[in-house]
Write a protein that binds this ligand. Sequence first.
Ligand SMILES: [Zn+2]
Length: 414
Amino acid sequence: MRSNIKLGKIHGIEIGLHYSWFIIAALIVFSLGEHFRQVNANWGMGLIWTAAVVTAALFFFTLLLHELAHSLVAQSRGLKVNEITLFALGGVSQVQDDATDAKTEFWVAIAGPIASLIIGFGCLAIAPHLGWQGSTKPHTAVSGVLFWLGYINVGLAVFNLIPGFPLDGGRVFRAIVWAITKNADRATRIAARVGQVVAFLFILDGIWQFSHGAGFGGLWIAFIGWFLMDAAKASYAEAGITASLRDMRVSEVMTHDCVTVNRGMSLQEFVDTYLLRGGERCFAVEDQGHFVGLITPRDVGRIPRDRWDSTTVRDAMRPLEELHIVTPDTPVLDALKLVASNDVNQLPVIANGALQGVVSRSQLVHLLQVRSELQLPAAYHPPPKDNVREMRSRHDSTSREDSESVHGAGSWRL
Ligand SMILES: [Zn+2]
């Protein structure tokens, strides 16, 4: 969930809106306007719609406070928060890293509902002093707004405390299971399964209500259930992957076979000599023995064909400064996150200032596929290799004379 409209930053956290937010905002304004009109016949049209718009705006603000509570607690426990996005079904705080302990998970998850409960009961406590006289009697505009704001926030807290992962309540539940079992991945799987059951009940309830005349409200509940079901399924699958890769390092999956290409070579020559022969996917560009960048078929594809003769490898390559670099000790999970979040195909693996090889998106995907095809238990790990092997090259066997630009990568220095 990415925001389409940026509203600014609070405490280093980007605040944004998704377009779908406007659907729910319009819905809130119209249903509130309708309600105010029915209960308070003495209010003028101007006051009714002003009160509806102000209530919706304040609801937006309190929803933001709910998300900020999650985010600020996450920050205080050392997690990095990138963004808060408000959308049709509420808000999402994008916390970059997963909580490293059950306690952190618990407090981050429960902070939002606690904030909503405080806001909700606060509004409900103040409303009677400003002229609220029960839900069916006329009251002042300010008390009407406060009452509904209080009601919506208590509702928001209660809804979020339902133990359906990935709702807040599901995360609290996961944290408790985590604390008991001492196993984060297992806790996620259990919480995600319970989340699927809860989501299924939502869908059933929505359909039941719809068939008994609840109309749009019933469909809405079913829709929320469908959304939760999807999220719980994804969380379950992700937990399996995370568990199986947790202890693996980049050194265990990276390719050592890289071909060196001279930076001054034309793209045409590069395509004819390397890309259309041999099956290598890793081409390191060097300048006087120094590793300066990577070039992939994708980079060549960006240059129009009629310019291949006049363009050098250096002009088309991805320079070292723009590459995301990993070390042989980087966890595979972190490499996977880097590849996914930056949409890159290859990550150079660097140790002691020298290129050791690359780890590619296709290798990582292959690894995941093989694990799922073999149905290996999450706990299965191949025995570790002795250590990071010296960089080999398939071209080592060719004679040195004709391989000036084709040799092992062990000699590249940064
Ligand atoms: Zn929340």
